[in-house]
Ligand binder design. Sequence first.
Ligand code: IPM
Ligand code: MG
Length: 358
Amino acid sequence: MKTYNIAVIEGDGIGPEITAAGMQVLEAVGQKYGFGFTFNKVLAGGRAIDELGYPLPEETVHACLESDSVLLGAVGGPKWDSLPGHLRPEKALLGVRKALELYANLRPARLLPELKAACPLRADIADKGFDMVIVRELTGGMYFGESGRRFGSGGEEAFDTECYSVMEIERIGVIAFELARSRRKNLISIDKANVLESSRLWREVMHRLAERYPDVQYSDMLVDNAAMQLIKNPAQFDVVVTSNMFGDILSDEASQITGSIGLLPSASLGETKRGLYEPIHGSAPDIAGQNKANPIATVLSCAMMLRLSLGQPEAAQDIEDAVSRVLAKGMRTADIAAPGEKALSCTEMTQAILAELA
Ligand code: IPM
Ligand code: MG
């Protein structure tokens, strides 16, 4: 029997609860389709800081490199907020992305018909629905540029630099164009080319690539306008490609208009099959340990893993369909329940998904 080796970073806050849900769902589809998993739990983030004094142990990086893919809950929390930048839990996540060279982050955002009522947009806009994928560059830009502190004429200063090479822009561009080609053939690249030199190079490279993809309808959009268009007319977006920083911000915005950030999965990919799969939400320390978290984003991240890294598209589809059916039956966790409506716990929602899969 084919057995996949998955490194699991449970992380902080609700991380252990949602990754448990993900592992249960993976086990269940494995049994159904005839493959197995070994889950190798490894330490990173706040828990690593508490136990070892630093966020990303070398063994964790090794285990991830040796795995078929990585499943991650979420890292961070107020407990570690006062630590210096290089010792924060978030550093673990950035370190894993970098060590595995996962430069392409795919963040689908789709308004499920069942969740129109949870969408905060005006009814006539929600009625049109939307289905987009944000392709976020993940190992470059301001997140990894030169940064530091120094003294200038105004006293202490701090700086972070946005730097992109042609190679970095091209490889994320190719992923986005190929993805657009497999969907509705529309790609919008988001930048700030009216102000930033790095955006002007970004735009030049995207335009050169566009010539190689004449079947894809390509356009540019400035990031401030994009933030507005996401609310005004989200249906216009199919595939969106953007930098690390703009993608971080816009993907939170896109997730919120789907009804809840608790629904959205993500995949981070590089040149190999191995990917990192995580919900796009954070560690939600306010509800940690209370069995209230929505496991759907993590469960759907597992579906993405099956499709994009493990070559099991049927099992992936099965999970996605099970989630849709559960939502269509009106089952809701607290984040997506209407006021006064009964909310399922994290484990109840997981059981409901497992029951659909059975
Ligand atoms: C995300 C998160 C991370 C990021 C944090 C936790 C470092 O916000 O995955 O979007 O900024 O990339
Ligand atoms: Mg973010």
